[in-house]
Design a protein around this ligand. Sequence first.
Ligand code: C5P
Length: 227
Amino acid sequence: GRAQDLAGLRVVISAGGTREPLDPVRFLGNRSSGRQGVALAVAAADRGAEVTLVAAHIDGDVLGGLSDGVKVVSVGTALEMQDAVTDAASVADVVVMAAAVADYRPAEVAESKLTKETQGDRVTMELVENPDIVAGLAAGRRSGQTIVAFAAETSSGDELLQRARRKRERKDVDLLVVNEVGWTRGFESTDNEVVVVGRSGEVSAQASGSKREVADAVWDAVVASRR
Ligand code: C5P
């Protein structure tokens, strides 16, 4: 088996995609499956960590891949995710935000279902910004706590790396795991390809393969950054 190099560590992983309600039956959402986050949870548990997964709308068949002993907290919206992650982070050594969090939510949630009769043939919707959860965690981090963010980028090559460095700095996270996504890659596929950028802008890991292989590379980078 693998080295128990995460033994004694409490880790929190967020995964899936938040849904921001518009009315009782509709939401603004995204295509995140939660597979990479579940793979991170399974890998961390295998390496000895005590794992909490904060899950937003992950299908049962994906969650079914989790190992026993991983604690799951289910959330719906970005604000619910912020509460759950902040709570779990208060005792965590490592927090990995792999979830696709909605940047905006509807300013108002209609009490009853919106209809064409009341809305007419053109609809304008006001959105308000959600808090940046991972930036908030990084700003309030305890000493010895490692904060990891993900970034899905549609750019590639040098531009991808430049954007990743700027994003890592802006959020002040210890590690930024960046992957190139498009209409046909990333979110719903079983494979992934990532670059991990560290505090000094260096590429601290690079991995491509199954989401489990990518997860192990991310944990390798976390372990190396904590030495
Ligand atoms: O800025 P961007 O959305 O690309 O950053 C992605 C990273 O930030 C992910 O780790 C995601 O979980 C996190 N995030 C967050 N709160 C938000 C938006 C994104 O923690 N409101």
